[in-house]
Write a protein that binds this ligand. Structure first.
Ligand code: BYC
Length: 467
């Protein structure tokens, strides 16, 4: 079996770990068959498979049936230094094993991270049925097998460093289900349904990008196996985010071109920009919540312990103070009818600091979508909602704000909700546009074509060979 799990963690020499993974693997495959992508399991998909960190490239492309995908376990190359560089333990040697005092916290971080991976596969399981092109179908299935590999990456850490507890957690990872009333996934955005491709593209833009920022901050961890696992995962994450950004860009290109020509997108089964805007509002705000509270003792403890750093914590010149004990973070909240400045000691504000970096990047993406609209000649523009909009977690969750971040009087939210977030009618309309297109090189009417194929292949390449 271990020939079939590509790895650079010396799996062959660790019989105990082999036994643990051998017990878990059939359950993983049963999970994949039950709630993985529906249909297509017998088809040959042109997929990227991670193969290592060697000089010949880290992945290869070939046709593979998804159940035969070789879900591997990889650590990125060692970091330059070998000591902890933030928090209270600066200068200590990086840890190869879990220190007893951080066992609970590290387990929790790894379980929370790991839980999102199968969750996203479950959320996306029906989308293959309505893919707007063969290349999009391939992209979806690529994202799905790689999220499943990320589950393997976290399960490897649980099995190799957390004993019986880790094995239990790995099993539970396969038992929770996205949106299940009794056994939901841990974080809320991973219980929201993704029923159409506009939601998929927004999810991969905004929610996968939370993944990027969380993985990047775990890649700073003093616990070296976690840091190097998440570093490797980031290489795959780039394609997922590009799928989202490119998908929304193609959607608004199509709508913008129609509008510029004087055609209402609805009249030809394409997507009006106001619906696109509502989806952006929904998925960006749900993803803001994924950063946790702006004022968080958990975050302070993670930073102090060296478990989770800031984005690019170790980049030269980025942060002058890696202890973060002196400074504070200021947030403005609306309380009792007025704006109040709230000062948070910096360590407790680490979620807010990470969220700010994330939002800056999201704002740049929305600007690129606006660049596409400009190219089409359409005058409409998209916006990114304020960090206060539609929050269920953190400082802004107790009061309603509009997308510009202005407070709303009691009762206004319910009355105006459908102006800002998709209504049932909006979702039904988007669903009605989702017609599958599987002819190579062809694309559904609501979205512009790709401009480039995958791995140098032409646009009309047979990305999926149906059985
Ligand atoms: N939903 O101290 P607080 C990805 C809980 S995405 C539900 O404010 P903390 C991917 C929290 O657990 C990246 N509950 O926040 C993307 C805590 O519970 P307790 C996933 C929430 O702990 C696409 C309480 O509220 N990775 O990879 O500092 C496809 C107070 O929490 C939520 C990670 O998240 C929520 N949104 O930060 C596939 C990294 N937010 O203590 C994959 C690991 C908070 O009261 N996780 N709570 O029981 C973490 O670093 C942290 O757990 C969080 C929360 C950033 C999520």
């Amino acid at each position: 079996m271990f020939d079939s799990i590509p790895n650079n963690v010396n799996l062959e020499s660790n019989p105990k770990l082999q036994r643990a993974l051998l017990t878990w693997q059939p359950d993983f495959l049963a999970w994949w068959n039950e709630v993985g992508p529906e249909g297509f399991q017998e088809d040959r998909i042109f997929l990227r498979t991670a193969i290592g960190v060697g000089q010949g490239g880290w992945a290869n492309y070939d046709y593979v049936k998804m159940p035969d995908y070789r879900w591997g376990i990889f650590l990125a190359n060692p970091r330059k230094g070998d000591t902890v560089y933030f928090g209270d333990r600066i200068g200590e040697k990086l840890w190869d094993a879990v220190p007893g005092e951080f066992r609970k916290e590290l387990r929790r971080l790894i379980v929370t991270q790991g839980d999102t991976e199968p969750a996203s596969v479950e959320q996306q399981r029906l989308l293959g049925q309505t893919a707007p092109s063969l290349q999009d179908l391939r992209a979806l299935l690529q994202v799905n097998v790689e999220e499943a590999r990320h589950l393997w990456a976290m399960v490897y850490l649980l099995h190799s460093h957390f004993g019986a507890d880790g094995r239990d957690e790995a099993e539970q990872m396969l038992e929770r289900r996205s949106g299940h009333p009794d056994r939901p996934r841990i974080l809320e955005a991973f219980n929201m349904p993704i029923r159409d491709w506009l939601a998929f593209f927004c999810f991969t833009t905004f929610t996968d990008r939370d993944g990027k920022f969380q993985l990047a901050s775990l890649a700073e961890s003093a616990f070296d196996p976690l840091a190097r696992s998440t570093q490797f995962m980031l290489m795959e994450e780039a394609f997922h985010m590009a799928t989202g950004e490119g998908g929304v860009a193609r959607t608004v290109r199509r709508s913008g071109e129609l509008m510029h020509a004087g055609t209402d997108p609805r009249s030809v089964g394409a997507l009006p920009l106001e619906i696109v805007q509502k989806y952006i509002n929904e998925w960006s705000s749900a993803s803001y919540d994924l950063f946790g509270g702006e004022d968080s003792t958990n975050a302070a403890n993670y930073f102090a312990g060296g478990l989770k750093g800031r984005f690019n914590e170790n980049d030269p010149g980025k942060y002058a103070d890696h202890k973060a004990l002196e400074e504070s973070y200021e947030a403005k909240v609306f309380q009792d009818g007025q704006w109040v400045a709230k000062r948070i000691p910096l360590r407790r504000a680490m979620n807010a600091v990470l969220l700010d970096s994330y939002r800056d990047e999201c704002a740049r993406i929305v600007e690129r979508w606006n660049g596409v609209l400009e190219e089409t000649g359409a005058s409409e523009r998209l916006t990114l909602p304020s960090l206060r909009f539609n929050r269920k977690v953190g400082l802004y969750s107790g009061q309603s704000y509009d997308p510009q971040g202005q407070p709303l009087a009691a009762g206004t939210w319910q009355a105006r909700r459908d102006e800002w977030l998709p209504s049932q009618a909006d979702r039904d309309y988007v669903q009605s546009c989702m017609v599958p297109v599987v002819m190579p090189g062809k694309v559904a009417n609501w979205i512009a074509p790709h401009v480039k194929g995958i791995a140098g292949k032409p646009l009309d390449f047979q990305y999926v060979q149906f059985h």
